[in-house]
Every structure is written in C-alpha cells, then in structure tokens.
Design a protein around this ligand. Structure first.
Ligand code: PEP
Ligand code: MG
Length: 883
C-alpha cells in the first residue's frame, strides 16, 4: 500500500482530486506544486494511515517507516538540508489536513528538528542567533504541549518570571542570550514534568509529532466539531510534513492569509492580512493586529500601517499573480496562506474559501458573469441552508443606536442577546431558551460549542482572519472581532468600554456588517431580496421542475410567502384560526355543546369570521392555488384551561359550569394523536367541516366578485386511512359547494383531495386516489406513525439514537428515505396508477429541508411546501435536485 505522497517545486505524486486520500491541504499542496507555484517541499501521510492506525490498536502500518524515510530523503535533497544535521539543519512542520477543513481543531508542530546542536547550526547558517533560539524555545513549548502533554502554562510562567527578573515587558525585549537561557529552563521544566529528558533525536521528534496529530483526530473538541459539521469519524486525517520556511527572519520576512475575493461581501479584489517578521500562527491567533494586504483595503479600513502592496511590492506582485492563477485554476474563491522568507515568496496552503451567504451569492453570480463558471454551476455553488442568513432581519439603518464601540465587521448580520463570557455557559443558557451574545478576549477551538449556541460573537482581539471571524462566517453567526476598546474581566463577569460597564446578562446588539456593538436591543428590518439574490434565484427558477408553496394561514405569513416567491399555499392549517381572540369562545361553545343544534348555533357565529380569514388569504394569493385543510387536531386542544375560561363559556352558552367540566372530561383521550382527530372529527361532527367548506366557497365567490380574479381552493381532508372516510366527506364538501353555487349563482373553483399521513393511506393509495384529486404528504404524522415515534416527545431521546448511530439524521428533520420514503414512493406509484393527473405535494416540515427536497424530486412530486421563510431555500434546493 502506498501510504506516503511526496511533493515539492516541480514534482508531486498527488493532485487536487485526491482529497479523500491526501486531505484538502495535502491534495492542494500537491496541485500547487504541479502548477509550478513555490511550495516548500514535503510529503503527505494519507488518511488511510489514520484509519489503519485506529483499526490496529493505534499502531502504524509496518511498511510506513520505510516510505517516510524515502520521502524524507527526497525532501532533504530538494531543500538542500538534512534533518538533524548540525551543519545544515532541516526543520519541518507537521500538520493535520482532513478531507474537510476543521479550522484550529487539530494539532500542529512547527520548527521540528531542533536540538542543541541543530539550533547552534541554525544560528550560524541564518546569521541570526536570536531567531534560532526563539524558534527553539517555541518548538520545546509546542512539542511539549501537543506531543508530550506537558501543560503549556509551565512555560508561560517561566517566560513571565524571566521578564520580571529582567524588567522586560515585551517578547521583543529578549536578546539571543536571553532566549538561550529560556531554552535551558524550558528543557529542565519539560524533563521534570516528564521524568525523562526532552527528546533530542529529530527522528524521535518526527514520529512523536506524527503520532500526536493522528491522535488529535479523536479529541473531544474534534469530535464536537465533526458532529456539528456532519463529518464522519471514518474519514480520518492526513498528516503533512513540510520544510519550514520562516516569516520571522527580520523585516524582509512576513507571513499572511488572504482570500482572492472578499469573504464577507464577495466583492472582487484580494482581501487579506499580513504581519512582518512573524510566524503564520501569529496572524490566526490574533496576538498582533495584522496589516492590510492591499492599498485598496487599507484605504477602505482607514488603517495607518502600510499595506503589503506598498511595503513589499515585489513579493506582492508575485503573490497576486499566484492568486489569479489559483482562482482561474480552481474556478472558485481561494483562501491562501503564504510566507515571505527574506524576500522569497512561499505558498503554504490554498483551499476553497469559506464565505458568508451574501458573499457566496455575489461570487457565484460574478463568476458566472465573468464566464468562469456556468449559471448552473453558480446555482450548485450555494448551500441552500446558508440562504437562511439572508432571509432574516438586519438592523434598521434608521433606528437609534447606542454605540458602545466599533470593532471589525467580521461576519455580517445583526443579532441581539444577553452578554455571556463563557462558552459552556453560553451553551447552557441557549439551551434554556435564552438568546446570548458571546463576548471573549479572543476565541479558540475550545469555544466552538459556545459560538454555535450564541446569536453572535464579539472579540476584543483578532483580525478579520482570526479564529472567531473565520468560524463565525462559516457558521453564519454575526461577529464583531478586534473590538480593542473592550476590556473584559472574566472573573467579575463584565466588560468595560470607555467609562461604561456592561455586566453578564445585560442586553447588547451587534452589527456584524459594520462592526458596531450597541447597548440594548435595536430595531430590525426585513431583508431586501434584490441584486445577486434575485439573479441567482432567477437561475434556480429556470432550473427547477418542482413548484414551491408555503405553509401559511395568517395574511402576514401569506404576504411573506408571496414576497419570497411561493407559488401557492400548500397547507393552511385552519385550526390556527380557531384560536383567535374573537372566536375562541364560540369554538369552545361548539365543542362543549351536547348536541348538534348547539354546535350549529356556535358554528354560525364562527362562519363569518372563517369566511373573512379565507377571503384575506385569497386576496393576497390571487389565482395561485391554496390548499386549505379542514380541522385536524383533537378537540380537547381547544378546551378552556382555567376556571375563568370555563365561566366565560358558561356565560355565553347559559350552560352550567359543572356540565361543561364534565364534557371536557369526556373529551380527554389517553392517546390523542391517535384519537378523535383529523377526518374522524368530520365523520362524527360533519357540521364542522360543512361550516369550513361553506366559509371557503363563500369567500371565493366574494373575492371573485370584488376583484375579478378566480381564487383556486384545494380542500384537503386530513388523516385519511380508508377511502370510505374520504368518499363520505368529499360528498359533504361537494354538497356545500353545490349549495353555495345555487345560492350565489356563481361557481367556486375547487379540488378535493387528502393528506397522506398514515401508513395505511400510503398502502391504500390506489383506492384513495379514486376519490382524491390531489395528495399532500403529511410527513410529520407519517414519520410519527411509521416509526411509532411521538413527534412531540422524541426530542428527549433521539439524541441518544443519533449518538449511537442507530439513526443517521433526525427523521423529523430529514426524511427517512428507506422507510417513510418508501411508503411515499408506493403512494405515488399507486395513486398515479389510478389517476395519472393526480397532483402530488408534500407539506410536512421536510418540505423545507434540502436533503428531503432532493428525495421529493426523485419520487416525482409536483411541489414542496414549507414555512414562508424557507421558500427561497426550497426554490434553490429544488433546482439543485433537478441538476
Ligand atoms: C404533517 O403531519 O406532516 C402535517 C403537515 O400536518 P400537521 O403537522 O399539522 O400534523
Ligand atoms: Mg399531520
């Protein structure tokens, strides 16, 4: 088995397509080498080594050593340096690199290969003793921490103590001799902690680091990250061993991170940061505030330090040529790491850059317009769930803003919440339903869960490419980074900014689009769906086959649905209309009546209100189809809960309170979800469905008279299990339509169909289709009844099922293709066999879930229906499903 792949200037055994084997970083290093870009030579241990390691009791394959030696020899030949050779020492970095990027989650060791002899050699060779011993102490600390498990605080204490003894305040105050002394103290401390000397043999160091990186695949934080991002543990990580290049060799050296386009807005023009005389980690860790890459960016940010374009014009020119080459080659925005060592440029990494939804749209549409990709590729480039970011409110530009401070606009969008300073606490409080804003000096991979739980993130330190900024953009959380005026006191749980103090639990608002941190709650506005959004949705609409409707019952929701491009109402849950203040008393009166006369009296009161509800919907929806479902939930859901409510009903009906209570007890069920609900109500109390049907038809006629257009109602009978239920109720509804037509002299335009939400209905769908003009799959109930899993209670234990791998996804979120999906497929086939023109849709929550929408395309549904805010997501997902 080939476990190791080498690369270096002009040669590479791998290529970009081998990402599964080499990980993203290794594959792209190989590709950059092939493209002739200046890549420090190195080699990649494949993800298969990781898998083999874990399968074989954490032991490496027997022939790995030999392959590493061969690759190392090649590396040494290319670099012209030798690992462990005091006269000409090679230093390497050892880094993880999985198939999917897991920023900051895994371990890295830099400057490997140093010991007393090679450090002296490096000092000699570089002509810079200070640099050599600074690198050496960094290596001891990093290696001890990452590989040997020695607490890094020990080293920080030594350094702080040394600075105190010598009255130094900054690291830059230390001389070469000072660092050499630090090195010796570090070695002693490491030896004491370990009970044996710090390893000096570079080969031993190398294998220690390789082992540590593979081990870091299974740390808790890596597991959490994988769980949040759906990355299977079986993928494993690759390990890259690469010759070190140094951005910290004086003023002609630098290191930086750049994007080929702006990852926040998508604007074209390079976007990045660099630090002179620094190592790569310094940029990402947010320890020093970096400088802008380009002049344009520097002007925009009002920054005073010189840009790289101005400070290092030659390296910058070479770098920008590399950016263009990489973007054209990969045909996507790249996220690039580079180092300049004494004026010589080295490319350390390239990958497809993470971006906000806004930037994703801009970049995809720009690239399609530039001819770099096709319109269809542009449609495929956008993650539908990512659109969610754009569909939510932003801060009203006209609103009053009590600005506490302004940091960097690291991830756009606005968020309001209560201040919390700790990630564990953020998670707990979010779980308890609180909206929180996580405020940290800086974030690290240990904060991932807190960032995920928070509505937004603020950091006091760090640039636009700091951990907080990158992770927040990836998660779609608004973020303000580098708000340097904020002084956080974790112990007292407060932060100060100027003269003001904000305590834990106080409300703040952040605007990630301009970097403002505001005190209190600020007014938000609806998003504008124009520009690139509209262009891309236009391309999506051209591409999709399925229609997209919305689940909506209030005029406001219908309005939102139309604005978001809904092509009809797929589910109007009429029970929601029963709860409105003006009618709940009448509804209760109807339910608690002992006989049909009593019910009809109460229903007569409800009729005009229902009619008005439907009329409002039809006015908004025009001639778009509106699926209106007749009453579904068990009646006890509407019953009065308090004594006061009971008395109200007693007053309205003139019935004694005692009698009402007794009736309420009668209606109680031990298993209401499987009880007297859905069409079963219509069978027992046909007058309820007749009232609703009348309200629908009369509203149609009224709106038609008023506006001239002809509303289309699809009257839907819920929870049907037998064709007989449907036949009886269909006849009733059709009877009402007939009556209304005779009374008004106008004919309402309507279809009668059913929900398919019980397994028996799926199996009997051939029969049911005889009486149904449409089916709408109610996959919430269908999932509930197929699994025998209560949709209201499963949340309490489904987590265990997901954790144990019994279920891959929550079946109430993403449709279970194998089981529930198969029932849907059967129903589609049998239904269409009976009635080829049968209209088929889905209105369960799955109608807004991209993976489930893909399934709906597969089985050939005519439309999906989802909540209004998900309509654009569904439009895009439906387009992608059809590509
Ligand atoms: C369903 O069961 O999928 C459905 C849409 O109906 P409800 O959620 O109202 O039960
Ligand atoms: Mg249902």
């Amino acid at each position: 088995n080939k476990w190791v792949y080498a690369f270096g200037a002009g040669y590479s055994e791998g290529e970009a397509g081998m990402r599964e084997l080499l990980g993203g970083k290794g594959a792209n290093l190989a590709e950059m080498a092939t493209l002739g870009l200046p890549v420090p030579p190195g080699f990649t241990l494949t993800t298969q080594v990781c898998t083999a390691f874990y399968e074989n009791k954490r032991q490496f394959p027997a022939d790995l050593n030999e392959q590493v030696e061969t690759a190392l020899a090649k590396l040494e030949a290319t670099a012209g340096k030798v690992l462990g050779d005091p006269a000409n020492p090679l230093l390497v970095s050892v880094r993880s690199g999985g198939r999917a990027s897991m920023p900051g989650m895994m371990d890295t060791v830099l400057n490997l290969g140093l010991n007393d002899e090679t450090a002296a050699g490096l000092a000699e060779l570089s002509g810079d003793r200070r640099f050599a011993y600074d690198s050496y102490r960094r290596f001891i600390q990093m290696y001890s921490d990452v590989v040997l498990g020695v607490d890094h605080a020990i080293f920080e204490d030594i350094l702080d103590g040394f600075k105190d003894e010598n009255d130094y305040s900054l690291d830059t105050d230390l001389s070469a001799d000072d660092w050499e002394q630090i090195v010796s103290r570090y070695k002693t401390a490491a030896a004491t902690a370990l009970g044996r000397p710090f390893p000096t043999d570079p080969r031993e160091q190398l294998w220690g680091a390789i082992g540590a990186v593979f081990m870091s695949w299974m740390t808790e934080r890596a597991k959490t990250y994988r769980r949040l991002h759906d990355i299977p543990a079986s993928w494993g990580t690759a390990v890259n061993v690469q010759a070190m290049v140094f951005g910290n060799m004086g003023e002609t050296s630098a290191t930086g991170v750049a994007f080929t386009r702006d990852p926040s807005t998508g604007d074209s023009g390079y976007y990045g940061e660099f630090l002179v005389n620094a190592q790569g980690e310094d940029v990402v860790a947010g320890i020093r505030t970096p400088q802008c890459l380009t002049e344009a960016m520097r002007e925009r940010m009002g920054d005073h330090s010189p840009s790289m374009e101005a400070a290092m014009p030659e390296s910058y020119a070479e770098l920008s040529a590399a950016f263009d080459k990489l973007e054209r080659h990969y045909r996507d925005m790249q996220d690039i790491e580079f180092t300049v060592e004494r004026g010589r440029l080295w490319m350390l990494q390239t990958r497809t850059g993470k971006r906000t939804a806004k930037a994703a749209l801009r970049i995809a549409t720009d690239m399609a317009q530039e001819g770099l990709i096709t319109e269809e590729e542009a449609v495929m480039r956008i993650d539908p769930s990512h659109l969610d970011q754009l569909l939510h409110p932003t801060l009203d530009p006209k609103a009053e803003r009590d600005v506490l401070t302004t940091g960097l606009p690291a991830s756009p969008g606005a968020a309001t919440g209560r201040v919390v300073f700790d990630s564990d606490e953020a998670e707990e409080r979010a779980k308890a339903g609180e909206k929180v804003i996580l405020v940290r000096i800086e974030t690290s991979p240990e904060d991932i869960h807190g960032m995920h739980a928070a509505e937004g993130i603020v950091t006091a330190r760090g640039g636009m490419t700091s951990h907080a900024a990158v992770v927040a953009r990836g998660m779609g959380r608004p973020c303000v980074s580098g708000a340097g005026q904020i002084k956080i006191d974790y112990a007292k749980k407060l932060f100060m900014v100027g003269r003001r103090t904000v305590h834990d639990g106080e409300m703040v608002t952040i605007d990630g689009s301009n970097g403002q941190v505001l005190y209190g709650e600020a007014k938000m506005i609806k998003p504008e769906l124009t520009g690139e959004f509209a262009i891309l949705m236009g391309w999506a609409d051209k591409t999709r086959r399925m229609k997209v409707r919305a689940n909506a019952e209030t005029p406001q929701d219908c309005q939102t649905a139309v604005e978001f491009g809904a092509e009809g109402i797929g589910l109007c849950r009429t029970e929601h209309m029963f709860f409105d203040a003006d009618r709940i008393a009448a509804v209760r009166e109807m339910i608690l009546s002992n006989d049909q006369d009593g019910r009809v009296t109460a229903l007569d009161k409800i009729l005009p209100m229902q009619r008005d509800d439907f009329a409002q919907i039809f006015r908004i929806m025009g001639e778009l189809p509106c699926t209106i479902r007749l009453l579904d939930p068990p009646l006890h859901e509407f019953l009065p809960h308090t004594e006061e409510d009971v008395m109200d009903v007693a007053t309205a009906t003139g019935l004694p309170a005692e009698q009402l209570m007794a009736r309420a007890r009668d209606l109680a069920e031990s298993n209401p979800m499987l009880g007297h609900r859905g069409c079963r109500l219509g069978i027992t109390f046909p007058e309820i469905y007749e009232m609703q049907a009348r309200a629908i038809f009369e509203a149609q006629i009224a709106v038609e008279k008023e506006t001239g257009f002809q509303p289309l109602a699809e009257v839907m009978i819920p929870l049907v299990a037998t064709v007989a239920e449907l036949s009886i109720l269909k006849a009733r509804v059709a009877g009402v339509a007939q009556a209304v037509a005779e009374e008004t002299g106008a004919k309402p335009k309507y279809l009668i169909g059913t929900m398919i939400e019980l397994p028996r209905a799926c199996l009997m769908s051939g029969e049911i289709a005889k009486d149904a003009e449409f089916f709408s799959f109610g996959t919430n109930d269908l999932t509930q009844t197929t699994f025998g899993l209560s949709r209201d209670d499963a949340g309490k234990f489904l987590g265990d099922y997901l954790e144990a791998g019994i279920l891959e996804k929550d079946p109430f979120v993403t449709i279970d293709r194998d089981g529930v999906g198969d029932l849907v497929r059967i129903a589609v086939e049998r239904g269409r066999a009976t009635r080829p023109e049968l209209k088929l849709g889905i209105c369960g929550e799955h109608g807004g879930d991209p993976a489930s929408i893909d399934f709906c395309e597969d089985v050939g549904l005519d439309y999906v229906s989802c909540s209004p805010y998900r309509v654009p997501i569904a439009r895009l997902a439906a387009a992608q499903a059809n590509l």
